[in-house]
Design a protein around this ligand. Structure first.
Ligand SMILES: [Cu+2]
Length: 351
Protein backbone atom coordinates (compact mmCIF):
# COMPACT_ATOMS: atom_id res chain seq x y z
CA UNK A 1 0.00 0.00 0.00
CA UNK A 2 2.89 2.35 0.48
CA UNK A 3 3.13 2.95 -3.19
CA UNK A 4 6.18 5.12 -3.18
CA UNK A 5 6.66 6.43 -6.62
CA UNK A 6 10.31 7.09 -6.65
CA UNK A 7 12.37 7.73 -9.69
CA UNK A 8 10.76 7.69 -13.07
CA UNK A 9 7.09 7.96 -12.72
CA UNK A 10 5.11 7.40 -15.80
CA UNK A 11 2.36 8.51 -17.76
CA UNK A 12 -0.81 9.67 -17.66
CA UNK A 13 -4.04 9.64 -15.95
CA UNK A 14 -4.26 7.45 -12.95
CA UNK A 15 -0.85 6.03 -12.51
CA UNK A 16 0.54 7.22 -9.25
CA UNK A 17 0.92 5.53 -5.93
CA UNK A 18 0.18 6.23 -2.34
CA UNK A 19 2.46 7.88 0.07
CA UNK A 20 1.48 9.10 3.47
CA UNK A 21 -1.15 11.75 3.71
CA UNK A 22 -0.42 14.74 5.87
CA UNK A 23 -2.34 17.81 6.68
CA UNK A 24 -1.06 20.48 4.29
CA UNK A 25 -0.38 22.86 7.13
CA UNK A 26 2.17 20.37 8.40
CA UNK A 27 4.33 21.21 5.43
CA UNK A 28 3.46 24.83 4.89
CA UNK A 29 2.39 27.34 7.49
CA UNK A 30 -0.67 29.09 6.21
CA UNK A 31 -0.76 27.15 2.95
CA UNK A 32 -4.01 27.82 1.19
CA UNK A 33 -6.04 26.18 -1.52
CA UNK A 34 -7.55 28.15 -4.35
CA UNK A 35 -9.60 27.03 -7.36
CA UNK A 36 -10.72 29.15 -10.28
CA UNK A 37 -12.67 28.31 -13.40
CA UNK A 38 -11.36 29.95 -16.57
CA UNK A 39 -14.22 29.50 -19.00
CA UNK A 40 -12.42 31.20 -21.87
CA UNK A 41 -9.43 28.88 -21.68
CA UNK A 42 -11.57 25.92 -20.55
CA UNK A 43 -9.37 25.32 -17.56
CA UNK A 44 -9.87 24.71 -13.90
CA UNK A 45 -6.84 26.16 -12.14
CA UNK A 46 -5.95 24.87 -8.69
CA UNK A 47 -3.30 26.67 -6.69
CA UNK A 48 -1.91 25.50 -3.37
CA UNK A 49 0.71 27.17 -1.26
CA UNK A 50 2.82 28.80 -0.03
CA UNK A 51 4.94 25.94 1.22
CA UNK A 52 8.22 25.73 3.02
CA UNK A 53 10.16 22.96 1.31
CA UNK A 54 13.09 21.74 3.38
CA UNK A 55 16.26 20.59 1.69
CA UNK A 56 16.68 16.83 1.53
CA UNK A 57 20.43 17.05 1.88
CA UNK A 58 21.87 16.23 5.25
CA UNK A 59 18.66 14.63 6.47
CA UNK A 60 18.87 11.51 8.59
CA UNK A 61 16.60 8.59 7.75
CA UNK A 62 13.84 9.63 10.10
CA UNK A 63 13.71 13.15 8.75
CA UNK A 64 13.86 11.77 5.23
CA UNK A 65 10.88 9.53 5.92
CA UNK A 66 8.92 12.51 7.15
CA UNK A 67 10.05 14.57 4.20
CA UNK A 68 8.99 11.83 1.79
CA UNK A 69 5.41 11.94 3.02
CA UNK A 70 2.58 12.97 0.78
CA UNK A 71 0.91 16.27 1.44
CA UNK A 72 -2.83 16.12 0.90
CA UNK A 73 -4.85 19.19 -0.06
CA UNK A 74 -8.29 19.80 1.37
CA UNK A 75 -11.03 18.01 -0.51
CA UNK A 76 -12.75 20.18 -3.06
CA UNK A 77 -15.86 19.80 -5.17
CA UNK A 78 -15.49 19.69 -8.94
CA UNK A 79 -17.40 22.70 -10.27
CA UNK A 80 -19.19 21.39 -13.38
CA UNK A 81 -20.39 18.45 -15.43
CA UNK A 82 -17.67 18.02 -17.97
CA UNK A 83 -15.06 15.82 -19.59
CA UNK A 84 -11.43 16.45 -18.89
CA UNK A 85 -8.74 15.95 -21.50
CA UNK A 86 -5.46 16.90 -19.93
CA UNK A 87 -3.53 18.71 -17.28
CA UNK A 88 -0.41 20.70 -16.63
CA UNK A 89 1.40 21.16 -13.35
CA UNK A 90 3.83 23.94 -12.58
CA UNK A 91 5.91 24.66 -9.49
CA UNK A 92 6.23 28.39 -8.88
CA UNK A 93 7.74 30.85 -6.48
CA UNK A 94 5.70 33.51 -4.70
CA UNK A 95 6.03 35.84 -7.70
CA UNK A 96 4.66 33.20 -10.08
CA UNK A 97 8.03 32.42 -11.63
CA UNK A 98 8.55 28.77 -12.56
CA UNK A 99 10.68 26.55 -10.35
CA UNK A 100 12.02 23.12 -11.23
CA UNK A 101 9.38 20.40 -11.55
CA UNK A 102 11.94 18.15 -9.89
CA UNK A 103 11.03 19.74 -6.59
CA UNK A 104 8.14 17.31 -6.79
CA UNK A 105 8.71 13.63 -6.41
CA UNK A 106 5.20 12.96 -7.62
CA UNK A 107 1.70 14.39 -7.48
CA UNK A 108 -1.81 13.33 -8.26
CA UNK A 109 -5.51 13.92 -7.83
CA UNK A 110 -7.82 11.53 -6.03
CA UNK A 111 -11.47 11.10 -7.05
CA UNK A 112 -13.33 10.16 -3.88
CA UNK A 113 -16.60 9.41 -5.66
CA UNK A 114 -15.47 6.87 -8.25
CA UNK A 115 -13.76 3.56 -7.92
CA UNK A 116 -10.70 2.27 -9.65
CA UNK A 117 -11.07 -0.13 -12.52
CA UNK A 118 -9.36 -3.12 -10.95
CA UNK A 119 -9.62 -2.29 -7.26
CA UNK A 120 -12.59 -1.31 -5.07
CA UNK A 121 -10.86 1.84 -3.83
CA UNK A 122 -10.96 5.55 -4.65
CA UNK A 123 -9.83 6.44 -8.13
CA UNK A 124 -6.51 8.05 -8.98
CA UNK A 125 -7.77 10.52 -11.52
CA UNK A 126 -4.49 11.91 -12.76
CA UNK A 127 -0.91 12.28 -11.71
CA UNK A 128 2.71 12.28 -12.60
CA UNK A 129 6.24 12.30 -11.33
CA UNK A 130 9.34 14.39 -11.58
CA UNK A 131 10.13 13.17 -15.09
CA UNK A 132 6.55 13.05 -16.30
CA UNK A 133 5.48 15.58 -18.85
CA UNK A 134 2.10 17.20 -19.02
CA UNK A 135 -0.70 15.16 -20.49
CA UNK A 136 -3.05 16.34 -23.20
CA UNK A 137 -5.39 13.91 -24.88
CA UNK A 138 -6.97 14.36 -28.29
CA UNK A 139 -10.28 16.24 -28.15
CA UNK A 140 -11.95 13.05 -29.21
CA UNK A 141 -11.57 11.45 -25.77
CA UNK A 142 -12.47 12.70 -22.33
CA UNK A 143 -12.79 11.56 -18.75
CA UNK A 144 -16.21 12.43 -17.35
CA UNK A 145 -16.43 14.42 -14.13
CA UNK A 146 -19.63 15.48 -12.44
CA UNK A 147 -20.50 18.61 -10.51
CA UNK A 148 -19.77 18.04 -6.87
CA UNK A 149 -17.44 15.09 -7.32
CA UNK A 150 -15.05 15.29 -4.39
CA UNK A 151 -11.39 15.49 -5.30
CA UNK A 152 -8.13 16.14 -3.49
CA UNK A 153 -4.64 16.83 -4.69
CA UNK A 154 -1.60 15.19 -3.16
CA UNK A 155 2.07 15.61 -3.72
CA UNK A 156 5.46 14.74 -2.35
CA UNK A 157 8.41 17.10 -2.24
CA UNK A 158 11.92 16.19 -3.21
CA UNK A 159 14.17 19.15 -2.70
CA UNK A 160 17.67 18.39 -3.95
CA UNK A 161 18.51 22.08 -4.39
CA UNK A 162 20.76 21.97 -1.34
CA UNK A 163 18.84 24.63 0.57
CA UNK A 164 15.40 25.15 2.05
CA UNK A 165 12.90 26.93 -0.15
CA UNK A 166 10.07 29.18 0.95
CA UNK A 167 7.00 30.54 -0.76
CA UNK A 168 6.60 27.59 -3.11
CA UNK A 169 3.28 27.17 -4.92
CA UNK A 170 1.85 24.42 -7.08
CA UNK A 171 -0.49 25.30 -9.91
CA UNK A 172 -2.47 22.54 -11.57
CA UNK A 173 -4.40 23.34 -14.71
CA UNK A 174 -7.02 20.81 -15.71
CA UNK A 175 -8.29 21.16 -19.27
CA UNK A 176 -11.87 20.38 -20.11
CA UNK A 177 -13.87 19.85 -23.28
CA UNK A 178 -16.77 22.11 -24.21
CA UNK A 179 -20.10 20.53 -23.38
CA UNK A 180 -21.43 21.28 -26.87
CA UNK A 181 -18.52 19.72 -28.71
CA UNK A 182 -19.51 17.57 -31.64
CA UNK A 183 -18.83 14.81 -32.06
CA UNK A 184 -18.99 14.08 -28.38
CA UNK A 185 -15.84 12.58 -26.97
CA UNK A 186 -15.35 8.90 -26.37
CA UNK A 187 -15.54 8.44 -22.63
CA UNK A 188 -12.46 6.92 -21.06
CA UNK A 189 -11.29 6.12 -17.55
CA UNK A 190 -7.82 6.08 -16.09
CA UNK A 191 -6.59 2.87 -14.52
CA UNK A 192 -3.59 1.44 -12.75
CA UNK A 193 -2.54 -2.07 -11.83
CA UNK A 194 0.01 -2.95 -9.19
CA UNK A 195 1.79 -6.29 -9.33
CA UNK A 196 1.93 -6.40 -5.54
CA UNK A 197 -1.32 -4.75 -4.52
CA UNK A 198 -2.91 -5.82 -1.27
CA UNK A 199 -5.23 -3.38 0.43
CA UNK A 200 -3.65 -1.87 3.48
CA UNK A 201 -0.22 -3.36 2.85
CA UNK A 202 3.01 -2.21 1.34
CA UNK A 203 3.37 -2.87 -2.35
CA UNK A 204 7.14 -2.79 -2.67
CA UNK A 205 9.12 -5.99 -3.00
CA UNK A 206 12.69 -7.24 -3.06
CA UNK A 207 14.55 -8.36 -6.19
CA UNK A 208 17.28 -10.93 -5.52
CA UNK A 209 20.54 -11.13 -7.49
CA UNK A 210 19.74 -12.54 -10.91
CA UNK A 211 16.37 -10.81 -11.09
CA UNK A 212 12.84 -12.07 -10.73
CA UNK A 213 9.45 -12.34 -12.38
CA UNK A 214 6.41 -11.34 -10.37
CA UNK A 215 2.84 -12.09 -11.39
CA UNK A 216 -0.50 -10.77 -10.32
CA UNK A 217 -3.81 -12.29 -11.41
CA UNK A 218 -6.83 -10.05 -11.61
CA UNK A 219 -10.16 -9.56 -13.28
CA UNK A 220 -12.17 -6.48 -14.12
CA UNK A 221 -15.76 -5.60 -13.25
CA UNK A 222 -16.49 -4.18 -16.74
CA UNK A 223 -15.42 -4.94 -20.27
CA UNK A 224 -13.62 -2.46 -22.43
CA UNK A 225 -10.62 -1.64 -24.57
CA UNK A 226 -7.19 -0.41 -23.68
CA UNK A 227 -6.50 3.01 -25.13
CA UNK A 228 -3.09 3.65 -23.60
CA UNK A 229 -0.69 1.82 -21.33
CA UNK A 230 2.66 2.43 -19.73
CA UNK A 231 4.39 1.35 -16.58
CA UNK A 232 6.42 2.25 -13.55
CA UNK A 233 9.54 0.32 -12.57
CA UNK A 234 12.51 1.01 -10.33
CA UNK A 235 16.15 0.41 -11.16
CA UNK A 236 16.88 -2.72 -13.17
CA UNK A 237 13.19 -3.09 -13.94
CA UNK A 238 12.78 -4.64 -17.38
CA UNK A 239 9.17 -4.90 -18.49
CA UNK A 240 5.51 -5.01 -17.55
CA UNK A 241 3.06 -7.05 -19.56
CA UNK A 242 -0.51 -8.25 -19.49
CA UNK A 243 -1.50 -11.72 -20.60
CA UNK A 244 -4.72 -13.63 -20.93
CA UNK A 245 -4.35 -15.97 -17.95
CA UNK A 246 -6.30 -18.72 -19.67
CA UNK A 247 -4.65 -18.75 -23.08
CA UNK A 248 -1.28 -17.17 -22.26
CA UNK A 249 -1.77 -14.73 -25.14
CA UNK A 250 0.12 -11.46 -24.81
CA UNK A 251 -2.15 -8.41 -24.56
CA UNK A 252 0.27 -5.53 -24.08
CA UNK A 253 3.89 -5.15 -23.10
CA UNK A 254 5.87 -2.05 -22.12
CA UNK A 255 9.59 -1.92 -21.51
CA UNK A 256 11.94 0.10 -19.35
CA UNK A 257 14.38 2.47 -21.00
CA UNK A 258 17.47 2.13 -18.82
CA UNK A 259 20.94 3.43 -18.24
CA UNK A 260 23.81 0.92 -17.88
CA UNK A 261 23.69 1.49 -14.11
CA UNK A 262 20.10 0.26 -14.09
CA UNK A 263 18.44 3.64 -13.70
CA UNK A 264 15.07 3.63 -15.41
CA UNK A 265 14.53 6.85 -17.35
CA UNK A 266 11.07 5.96 -18.45
CA UNK A 267 8.89 3.10 -19.57
CA UNK A 268 7.63 2.85 -23.12
CA UNK A 269 4.05 3.80 -23.88
CA UNK A 270 1.57 1.93 -25.99
CA UNK A 271 -1.06 4.06 -27.59
CA UNK A 272 -3.98 2.45 -29.35
CA UNK A 273 -6.56 4.17 -31.50
CA UNK A 274 -9.95 4.94 -30.04
CA UNK A 275 -11.92 3.15 -32.74
CA UNK A 276 -11.40 -0.36 -31.61
CA UNK A 277 -7.73 -1.01 -32.27
CA UNK A 278 -6.84 -1.53 -28.62
CA UNK A 279 -7.04 -4.97 -27.03
CA UNK A 280 -10.47 -5.79 -25.65
CA UNK A 281 -10.60 -7.01 -22.05
CA UNK A 282 -13.58 -9.00 -20.87
CA UNK A 283 -15.27 -8.47 -17.54
CA UNK A 284 -14.80 -11.30 -15.05
CA UNK A 285 -12.12 -12.92 -17.17
CA UNK A 286 -8.79 -13.86 -15.64
CA UNK A 287 -5.78 -11.78 -16.66
CA UNK A 288 -2.20 -11.88 -15.57
CA UNK A 289 0.13 -8.96 -14.99
CA UNK A 290 3.78 -9.96 -15.27
CA UNK A 291 6.63 -7.74 -14.08
CA UNK A 292 10.22 -8.66 -14.89
CA UNK A 293 13.31 -7.36 -13.13
CA UNK A 294 16.94 -8.01 -13.95
CA UNK A 295 19.46 -7.70 -11.19
CA UNK A 296 23.07 -8.09 -12.34
CA UNK A 297 24.37 -6.87 -8.97
CA UNK A 298 25.32 -9.08 -6.05
CA UNK A 299 22.87 -7.31 -3.78
CA UNK A 300 19.20 -7.82 -3.18
CA UNK A 301 17.36 -4.70 -4.34
CA UNK A 302 14.69 -3.60 -1.89
CA UNK A 303 11.78 -1.22 -2.31
CA UNK A 304 11.11 -2.22 -5.93
CA UNK A 305 7.76 -1.66 -7.62
CA UNK A 306 5.83 -2.79 -10.68
CA UNK A 307 2.86 -0.84 -12.01
CA UNK A 308 0.95 -0.51 -15.23
CA UNK A 309 -1.34 2.42 -15.85
CA UNK A 310 -3.14 4.08 -18.67
CA UNK A 311 -6.54 4.66 -20.17
CA UNK A 312 -9.44 2.28 -20.59
CA UNK A 313 -12.51 2.69 -22.78
CA UNK A 314 -15.39 0.88 -21.08
CA UNK A 315 -17.93 -0.72 -23.42
CA UNK A 316 -20.64 0.81 -21.27
CA UNK A 317 -19.47 3.55 -18.96
CA UNK A 318 -22.77 3.47 -17.11
CA UNK A 319 -21.87 -0.03 -15.96
CA UNK A 320 -18.82 1.28 -14.09
CA UNK A 321 -19.34 -0.09 -10.57
CA UNK A 322 -20.11 2.39 -7.84
CA UNK A 323 -17.78 2.61 -4.88
CA UNK A 324 -18.84 0.15 -2.22
CA UNK A 325 -18.17 2.27 0.84
CA UNK A 326 -18.58 -0.72 3.12
CA UNK A 327 -15.82 -2.74 1.41
CA UNK A 328 -12.95 -3.25 3.89
CA UNK A 329 -10.42 -2.56 1.13
CA UNK A 330 -12.07 0.76 0.39
CA UNK A 331 -12.05 1.65 4.07
CA UNK A 332 -8.38 0.77 4.49
CA UNK A 333 -7.45 2.80 1.43
CA UNK A 334 -9.53 5.78 2.52
CA UNK A 335 -8.03 5.71 5.98
CA UNK A 336 -4.62 5.75 4.38
CA UNK A 337 -5.36 8.95 2.57
CA UNK A 338 -7.28 10.63 5.34
CA UNK A 339 -5.07 9.81 8.25
CA UNK A 340 -1.78 8.57 6.92
CA UNK A 341 0.15 5.87 8.67
CA UNK A 342 2.90 6.13 11.26
CA UNK A 343 6.27 6.95 9.64
CA UNK A 344 7.93 3.92 11.19
CA UNK A 345 5.77 1.63 9.08
CA UNK A 346 6.72 3.31 5.83
CA UNK A 347 8.89 1.50 3.36
CA UNK A 348 11.89 3.54 2.45
CA UNK A 349 11.06 4.31 -1.10
CA UNK A 350 14.11 6.18 -2.19
CA UNK A 351 16.03 4.68 -5.04
CU1 LIG B 1 8.11 3.52 -7.44
Amino acid sequence: MSRFICCTLVLAFGLVGNGVAQDPTAAGVGASFHMTVDSAAREVVITVGPYHVPSDSGMDDMKMDMSMADVLSPRFAWPMDTWIRGYQLTVEDSAGRPLSRRLLHHYGVLEFDRRELAYPVIQHLLGGGAETGDVVLPRTVGIPLATGDRLAMYFMWHNAAGRDLDGVYLRLRIFWIAGNQLPRPTLVQPFWLDVNWHAGERDDFAVPPGGCVRMYAFDLPVSGRLLAASGHLHEYGSSVRLEDAETGDLIVRVEAVREPDGTVHNVSRKLFGIFGEGPHLEAHHRYLMVVTYDNPTRDTLSGMMGLMGGLFVPDDITAWPVLDRSDPRYLVDLRWWEQGIPPETIARGRP
